[in-house]
Design a protein around this ligand. Structure first.
Ligand code: ATP
Ligand code: MG
Length: 553
């Protein structure tokens, strides 16, 4: 999707649901679910699925459950469960019911026995290796297992003993009996249950067997009365199995599975496995590092729930995999913050300016509007003194062409204040500029200078009243649009992805900033007070996004 395309959410799923509701299918009810596996933190791709599932239900006054797909106890943890709940709530959604696939372990077990009784499932005692070999390939059909014709009685007995913990991991599996010659490999007698003698956070040591995802998912959907089971495209080939299981069991509810494309976002990666690796290998400071594509990281970076929902709406829902440009995401937050964020002045790389023709104790208080287009945002006091700081790149001893900021002997306006003229440059032994000595034109407060044009306007902060702050600049975490193309995870990381500036000076009003408050630093960008590290004794701001689109070249 390119930036110039009109912003309109195409949503084929909405059209399907519209038709179903109009036709009175499922009594006109719409019930969806968001089914994360609690094996990591949610990322922006999950936000797409959350917005779709909750949004679809919300549109029809339906229900959407949050269901933890907790069938793989080895990889799952309560830390993730709590984080996922918090992320969904933070995004602005309320689940109708909180469920766990493990709530259905008893029913799933009974249903499996039902399949055995119908001779639609059997216990296979082949090794994992043998099962793999017998599965065949895309071009070769599979071979039936020697255990495929076990009697119903024997299968029921073995399955019960698997449950009771009589066997070791891998000794037996329960498989559906479908079609070893099917063109769809998922239909070649897929595994329904495997032995796993592990403790489960919710069911403890009750189970020695755990159901597989494909079997669990459709049954869970049916039990919850889900009408539309929305999932990503990689499950398209699993749909026949989804339907097969529900057909055999003749569940009263048979949800319709509909697949949509996953989100892929340039310069980042949305795979839990890889995201975990970034954290574990120490490439980032943690799950909530502001460079991370996790919801919690984006929150810390300064993204808002509204901006993420806006993003999900803008990218739409399709059946085609496509990469989304980072600019699309950034535009969403920039648009919101441009409308809403109060303006402040901050100097990231200070040089001192002394206005030599003002008395030592000069002090003037200006009242600055918090927002240029919104009077209701009010104003704040900004003190002006003899010594102020300006940003190092607002001065050039040898200016490039068309440079409109401060130059030796030149004039510039200090934003909302006087026009000043650079009379003298003071440097250290290494030639680095330490201080600029300027004079001011007292007739220029709120007025144009007489008889000459001064084009440049720069921001500043009083040296006497300014507050020391740390400012963290963030850039894309990866150097390539598709980071998987890099030689290794490490090679792909942008060494400039985090730049910490620890000697910034910000205007006094920012001392009152509260954590997670957003600001525009005039002429610089949009920033948020860090959720964790910011305090009035040591303000810390994270750059959410630059003022302008830096991707448009
Ligand atoms: P893993 O990477 O561990 O396989 P997953 O990314 O599939 O995990 P789940 O917890 O299984 O994560 O996902 C929950 C839901 O979010 C699923 O319905 C899944 O399809 C959806 N989802 C995950 N990643 C994306 C993505 N990039 N875009 C859209 N939906 C996604
Ligand atoms: Mg998954």
């Amino acid at each position: 999707m390119s930036r110039s395309e009109p912003v309109e959410a195409s949503n084929f799923i909405r059209n399907i649901v519209d038709k179903d509701v109009a036709a009175g299918k499922n009594d006109g009810q719409v019930v969806t679910r968001f089914p994360p596996e609690p094996n990591g933190y949610l990322h922006i791709g999950h936000a797409k699925s959350i917005c779709l599932n909750f949004g679809t239900a919300g549109r029809y006054n339906g229900r959407c459950n949050l269901r933890f797909d907790d069938t793989n106890p080895v990889r799952e943890s309560e830390e993730y469960v709590d984080a996922i709940k918090e992320d969904v709530s933070w995004l602005g959604f309320e689940w109708s019911e909180l469920r766990h696939a493990s709530d259905y372990f008893d029913e799933l077990y009974e249903f499996a026995r039902e399949l055995i009784r119908q001779d639609k499932a059997y216990v296979d005692s082949s090794t994992a290796e043998e099962v793999r070999e017998m599965r065949g390939t895309l071009t070769e059909p599979g071979t039936p297992s020697p255990y495929r014709d076990r009697s119903v009685e024997e299968n029921l007995d073995l399955f019960q003993r698997m449950k009771e913990g009589e066997f070791d991991d891998g000794q037996h599996i329960l498989r559906a009996k479908i079609d070893m010659a099917s063109g769809n490999i998922n239909m070649r007698d897929p595994t329904l249950y495997r032995i796993r003698k592990v403790h489960h956070v919710r069911t403890g040591d009750k189970w020695s067997i755990y159901p597989m995802y494909d079997y669990t998912h459709c049954v869970s959907d049916a039990i919850e009365g889900i009408t539309h089971s929305l999932c990503t495209l990689e499950f398209e080939d699993h749909r026949p199995l989804y339907d097969w299981v529900l057909d055999q069991l003749q569940t009263s509810c048979h949800p319709q599975q509909i697949e949509f494309a996953r989100l892929s976002l340039e310069y980042t990666m949305l795979s839990k496995r890889r995201i975990i690796q970034l954290v574990e290998d120490g490439h980032v400071h943690g799950w909530d590092d502001p460079r991370m594509p996790t919801i919690i990281g984006m929150r810390r970076r300064g993204y808002t729930p509204a901006s993420l929902r806006d993003f999900c709406e803008r990218i739409g829902i399709t059946k085609n995999d496509a990469w989304i440009e980072m600019a699309v995401l950034e535009t969403c937050i920039r648009d919101q913050l441009n409308r809403e964020a109060p303006r402040r002045m901050a100097v990231l790389d200070p040089i001192k300016v002394t206005i030599t023709d003002l008395p030592e104790d000069h002090e003037q208080i200006f009242s600055f509007a918090n927002h240029p287009q919104d009077d209701s945002a009010g104003s704040r006091d900004v003190p002006f003194t003899r010594e102020v700081f300006i940003d190092r790149d607002d001065f050039a001893e040898v200016p490039p062409p068309k440079y409109q900021r401060l130059v030796p002997g030149g004039e510039v306006r200090l934003r909302g204040s006087y026009v000043v003229k650079c009379e003298e440059i003071i440097k250290d032994d290494a030639g680095q500029v330490l201080e600029l000595r300027c004079t001011h034109d007292p007739a220029t407060l709120g007025k144009k200078p007489e008889g000459r044009k001064v084009k440049g306007v720069i921001h500043w902060v009083s040296a006497t009243h300014g507050v020391a702050a740390e400012v963290r600049l963030y850039n894309p975490l990866f150097t390539l649009p598709d980071p998987t193309k890099a030689a290794s995870l490490e090679e792909g990381i942008n060494p400039e992805s985090e730049v910490v500036l620890s000697s910034c000076v910000v205007e006094p009003a920012l001392q009152q900033a509260s954590a997670e408050q957003h600001f525009q630093f005039e002429r610089i960008g949009y920033f948020v007070a860090d959720r964790h590290d910011h305090g009035s004794d040591k303000p810390v701001f994270n750059r959410t996004v630059t003022l302008r689109d830096t991707w448009a070249k």
